[in-house]
Design a binder for this molecule. Structure first.
Ligand code: ACO
Length: 397
């Protein structure tokens, strides 16, 4: 029952699914290590098992998963996730890292001064056994990372000295270069840094995924009333990254948000391009932008169920939707809401979170070549665990 399970709703389900996969991975790793067939060593398989939380019930759950799921997952099983976490001395982050490891979600590297990290661990009663700590100021990799950063940014005017300064003094840059270098599979930060500060190194260093022009974000919204979206689960985009998207960027946000919904919460996306106008009811440049974005999104992803421009009530309420956009499979049934700009998106998700009591999970960053996740500065330890889980799922996609 969705009302009795923990508040994080959809993401707990995701985590459960992921943990089950993790346990399947352990069993498969062990079997393959026995047979000498896998790239993974017996020691690594033992490490995963030591960090997986086995219970009789969980084993029963695993047995319910079909053989097909097992085969699909074991194809990339050797790549269990290394998450780098730049805010290594932040108390919630330190506590979350131990939990992440214990739950077998990911291997964690905290970036920060080891003495300070251990002090925070002692103060919060956190056992950091198994959590790696790297001090960017003294790391043996810093020189190589500074070289890599300089190579990546010299055309933009960065000097070798600036690259060294950034890598050794700013863990967000060290973390982004570590990810770029392939020494981590994902990066999570934002418990004490603004979204802009977390994103800037990612945008400069990680860049967009092949074929993707723009980085944006979405939130998974879990509403208490199951009549909205799919059993109360909806995707809102973009609520955190692009202040004033062009029509082309808006189309990209719509397609990426739909893909995130499919990937992360397994919804069949029905995308509403929101406006203060429905199907030409108002005339304004802002409306024209949404109309153009809708046309572009149709051209780029003709298979996607997407409609616009729609007012919010036409997107969400069947009677209004069918009146204003008759025959639309989206109007009145939308589970992905695309806001026309960041003012609307950011205000919109916070209103739904506060006034409707929704859980807002994100911002989930979409479009980067490798997964970087931002945290809300008000995040809890469990929120950080959830975001690292999402990052791990994205890293394995
Ligand atoms: N997609 C792809 N690349 C991008 C994007 C994007 N959306 N935005 C910037 N870039 C690239 C630029 O092209 C540039 O690349 P280059 O240096 O290689 O040429 C690089 O990233 C840096 O660009 P800047 O213009 O210097 O970056 P900027 O300072 O504009 O920062 C940022 C980009 C941080 C995303 C900015 O747009 C921003 O601050 N957005 C709002 C964030 C925010 O405050 N959100 C609300 C709060 S979040 C919340 O409430 C949950």
């Amino acid at each position: 029952n969705r009302y009795t399970r923990p508040a994080m709703g959809a993401i707990w389900e995701l985590q459960n699914k992921f943990s089950i996969w993790k346990e399947i991975e352990v069993l498969a790793c062990e079997a393959q290590a026995e047979l000498g067939k896998s790239g993974i060593t017996k020691e690594e398989a033992a490490w995963i098992r030591a960090h997986a939380d086995f219970t009789v019930e969980r084993i029963d759950e695993i047995e319910k998963v079909t053989n097909h799921d097992v085969i699909a997952f074991t194809t990339n099983m050797a790549e269990y996730i290394d998450a780098d976490v730049p805010e290594g001395t932040e108390p919630r982050t330190v506590q979350a890292s131990a939990k992440i490891l214990k739950e077998g979600v990911a291997r964690v590297t905290l970036l920060g001064n080891p003495d300070e990290v251990r002090k925070v661990a002692a103060e919060t009663g956190t056992d950091l056994t198994g959590v790696a700590i790297i001090d960017p100021a003294t790391s043996e990799k810093s020189a190589a990372y500074a070289d890599l950063l300089y190579e990546l940014r010299k055309a933009k005017g960065m000097t070798p000295e600036q690259a060294t300064e950034l890598v050794t003094k700013n863990p967000l840059y060290y973390g982004a270069v570590m990810l770029k270098a392939g020494d981590a599979d994902g990066m999570v930060a934002g418990a004490i840094n603004s979204t802009g500060n977390v994103l800037r190194p990612a945008l400069q260093i990680i860049k967009t995924a092949p074929g993707i022009k723009v980085v944006s974000s979405c939130f998974i919204m879990e509403l208490p009333d199951p009549k909205w979206g799919d059993d109360g689960v909806m995707i809102f985009g973009d609520c955190a990254v692009i202040p004033n998207p062009t029509a082309e960027e808006l189309a990209a946000i719509a397609i990426a948000s739909a893909a995130s919904g499919k990937q992360l919460v397994d919804i069949d996306p029905r995308v509403a391009m929101l406006s203060f106008s429905t199907k030409g009811s108002a005339k304004h440049d802002n409306v024209t932008k949404v109309q153009e974005a809708t046309k572009m999104a149709h051209e780029l992803a003709p298979e996607l169920q997407l409609d616009g421009e729609l007012q919010a009530d036409a997107a969400l309420v069947e009677s209004v939707g069918q009146l204003k956009s008759p025959g639309s499979t989206v109007a009145g049934h939308a589970n992905v809401l695309v806001f026309p700009d960041l003012q609307a998106g950011n205000i919109g998700y916070k209103l739904v979170q506060r006034l409707a009591g929704a859980e807002a999970i994100g911002p989930i960053i979409q479009g980067l070549a490798k997964p970087v996740s931002d945290l809300s500065r008000g995040c809890s330890v469990d929120d950080i665990v959830s975001v690292v889980s999402i990052t791990a799922v994205k890293a394995q996609a």
